[in-house]
Design a protein around this ligand. Structure first.
Ligand code: ZN
Length: 91
């Protein structure tokens, strides 16, 4: 079965409101944590994404750095917008 990420919750790890730069930690339903960076000007844009190596990658099962999650950056971006995580985090 192909992997499909699902965002369970999001925490804000850092922000620079003036510059519109945000760092979020996405917690997925399968227990994977992913760090994402966004620039909100002129509109929300995902600029970087990496998996935090606390649990093995749900795709390749490696417990060190891999690039699997980057393939899902569009999916994460869409869920961040659909779930209004971005607007909530920037309040
Ligand atoms: Zn992987």
């Amino acid at each position: 079965m192909p992997y499909r990420p699902h965002i369970a919750s999001v925490t804000t790890a850092g922000s620079n409101d003036k510059e519109g730069l945000y760092e979020f930690i996405i917690h997925t339903a399968d227990g994977t944590d992913i760090r994402v960076f966004y620039n909100r000007f002129p509109e929300w844009k995902l600029t970087a994404l990496s998996r935090l190596g606390k649990v093995p990658c749900p795709v390749c099962r490696k417990d060190f750095i891999c690039k699997c999650m980057e393939k899902f950056s569009n999916e994460f971006d869409q869920q961040m917008k659909d779930g209004e995580w971005l607007s909530k985090a920037a309040e």
